[in-house]
Design a protein around this ligand. Sequence first.
Ligand SMILES: Nc1ncnc2c1ncn2[C@@H]1O[C@H](COP(=O)(O)OP(=O)(O)OP(=O)(O)O)[C@@H](O)[C@H]1O
Ligand SMILES: [Mg+2]
Length: 343
Amino acid sequence: MKYIIETEKLTKKYGDFTAVNSLTMKIPKNSIFGMLGPNGAGKTTTIKMLTCLAYPSSGTATVSRFDIQKNPNEVRETLGMVPQHVSLYKDLTVLENAELCADFYGVKEEDKLDRINELMDLVDITYAKDKRIGQLSGGQKQKASLVASLVHRPEILFLDEPTIGLDPTTKRILWELMEDLNSSGHTIILCSHDMHEVDRLCDNVAIINTGNLVAYDSPRGLKDILLNEEKQNYSNIKETLSNIQNNNEKLEFNYRRLSFLIENISDELINNLKSIDFVFDVNISKQGRVELQVDKFEDKAINNITSSIIKDGGIISSFSSEEPSLEDVFIKVTSEAEDDARA
Ligand SMILES: Nc1ncnc2c1ncn2[C@@H]1O[C@H](COP(=O)(O)OP(=O)(O)OP(=O)(O)O)[C@@H](O)[C@H]1O
Ligand SMILES: [Mg+2]
């Protein structure tokens, strides 16, 4: 089985309102799959249908080959869920909630405590195991929710904004946990508004907007699409301008930033950088940080600038370059979809 989840025209309507519109997509087995989309896009509704908490209005989906409408019990057994809003019993403790889940899924009595203890250690919540959920902080609740959702070792784990409000250390623990779970064979479906998180963790990403699937690719693939589109737009503009003006005017709106930390800077080094024809601007800080604005699509920019610096005796101790981010892709595809809807 290559794909663990397959949806076919999956649709959810609330009255006249379509929350999820004819969603057809495949999620590869053993992957970390990201779902992005603005507030109200339909991510949680999709997850609810896939986890059999909401019934589709039309269309179908299979989870681990089981049909979500014909075999909901089998579907539920294959999955664990950390919902957007923690749904544990507030008056029960962390341990009691986990035990309840274990019983619900029929985890053997002799395995139960070992598994729960192991998971509590893993997410670092053992110290609060006898506290009631109602007494916990937001991050502690998320951890308790994670323990309860993993106790039956589900094949697929759904996480709906699991790291929202977590401190950076706890976030990292959770990211590492997701990666560990994934490398031990679990498929993870992650809804998030944290682009860095999605970029770091996910093999594939679906962007959903107003219930529609508007993009699906790897994070790298999504960024490359944007880069290629920009490149195409740029050469069109360049051609138009050269037809009109017949000159090689520098198109300053289409630059990117390169940043070098350089030791041994001289006036000659800076003047030589300024004289490179695809360099629009050079700024130097006292610490030796040299920021350059260069033609975005000059393929040899990094090569030429680096050799110029070295030729003039500069020593490069650090370098960074601005690339399109997943956030740029998100903004672009969701605003394009809105424009289409208005047209
Ligand atoms: N039970 C319901 N009854 C009516 N409308 C609903 C119901 N549940 C969700 N909706 C609507 O469906 C749309 C999609 O909601 P959903 O919760 O799936 O969004 P989301 O992508 O998860 O957003 P967020 O990022 O804010 O969590 C929203 O417009 C919401 O108001
Ligand atoms: Mg949601």
